[in-house]
Design a binder for this molecule. Structure first.
Ligand code: UDP
Ligand code: MG
Length: 344
């Protein structure tokens, strides 16, 4: 393993830039995972513990079921356990944004608390990263999720790549190893949502994918449903491509031209009233679609404008956190103005 680790920083396929041996932060976002978190801690610490310099960073995303107490229990006996607890549920993207920001090691591996991606796969991810990548995304082999989740992922990623020209690793999951400095660039980018798999390629991260095992949840229930997944996909489309707008503008131009022809034919008495009525209906539907898409882009602009508003607020933690991200500001124990210098 040491040999592998010492290759860090070498460009893919070369042995040039040797970097210091990496520490590893195991990041575990948790939202109401009381049924899984104990087993997750045990399995993740067993695998991550095989490396020299590690920390386990739990991000409690506003759990209300005792998950935080369980995490505090691990921290009481294991000094490698760090945690941040949000003031409410801010969502997985906020959780991993905080995780990447407060990770103190050079590499961060993002795990799921439900162990759907088995922790023992970390070694293959590490080995792949050491070939010279900034990010290695796990792609779930025989994904063990409901059919509509698999179809949804395939459909929205395919639309994004093929139709909208958005570069992203097809099938990439949130189980990934990321060079922490690069991950921070991604989550700090001035985008309303750090859509990680699309932003990493955008900023020039060297990335690849690796097929890994996938299992059903060990316990508890999944937190994603169609109500959350659909807006998430739309965010990808409008956040990283202007093509939907361009297509609709083309469609509007076609509707205007068609309208002119239909009007001329109607005036010449060549069209029935029904045909004219239907043409009017089609034209107003195009207008409606255009308005909807423009409105969605406007939402996107407004979200970007609200970028100064922190994505999350932290209620408590056992590591230094930034005052502006702490709900109780300087009253919070451990608060510091800056944390970046802690990073190895
Ligand atoms: N999660 C989170 N905040 C949320 C939703 C989920 O931190 O608002 C965590 C959750 O506890 C788990 C991981 O994100 O560790 C993946 O969630 P889940 O298993 O529900 O997603 P799925 O596997 O269904 O994609
Ligand atoms: Mg899961």
């Amino acid at each position: 393993m040491t040999d592998l680790i010492h290759k860090t920083g070498a460009r893919a396929g070369t042995e040039d830039a040797r970097m210091p041996p990496p520490g590893i932060t195991a990041m575990i976002p948790c939202y109401n995972e009381i049924d899984c978190v104990e087993r997750a801690y045990q399995e993740i610490q067993t695998e991550v513990g095989k490396y020299d310099d590690v920390e386990l960073l739990f991000i409690d995303d506003g759990s209300t079921d005792g998950t935080l107490d369980a995490i505090k229990g691990f921290a009481a006996v294991d000094p490698r356990v760090k945690y941040i607890s949000f003031a409410r549920n801010f969502g997985l993207e906020a959780a991993f944004s905080a995780g990447f920001k407060y990770a103190s090691k050079a590499w961060t591996v993002q795990f799921d608390a439900d162990l759907q991606s088995p922790p023992h796969e970390i070694h293959r991810l590490v080995a792949k990263a050491m070939e010279g990548y900034d990010v290695v995304f796990a792609v779930r082999e025989n994904r063990r999720d409901p059919w509509y989740r698999k179809l949804g992922t395939w459909a929205h990623q395919t639309i994004a790549r093929r139709w909208l020209g958005i570069e992203l690793p097809q099938g990439a999951s949130v189980f990934r190893i990321v060079r922490t400095s690069v991950a921070r660039k991604v989550v700090d980018s001035r985008l309303s949502t750090p859509y990680f798999i699309a932003t990493a390629p955008l900023i020039g991260a060297r990335y690849t994918t690796l097929p890994t095992e996938h299992h059903p949840r060990v316990d508890g229930v999944g937190k994603w449903n169609l109500r959350k997944l659909f807006p998430h996909a739309i965010e990808l489309f409008v956040g990283f491509s202007f093509r939907p707008l361009a297509w609709l503008i083309g469609l509007s131009a076609a509707a205007v031209a068609g309208g002119a022809v239909i009007s001329a034919l109607a005036l010449a008495g060549q069209l029935s009233q029904l045909a004219v009525g239907l043409a009017a209906l089609v034209t107003s539907l195009v207008t409606l679609m255009l308005l909807t898409v423009v409105a969605r882009y406007l939402v996107r602009v407004m979200r970007v404008q609200a970028i100064g508003v922190p994505r999350y607020q932290i209620r408590e933690a056992n590591i230094p956190i930034r005052a502006d991200e702490a709900l109780y500001g300087h009253e919070t124990p451990y608060v510091v103005a800056e944390v970046w210098e802690n990073v190895s």
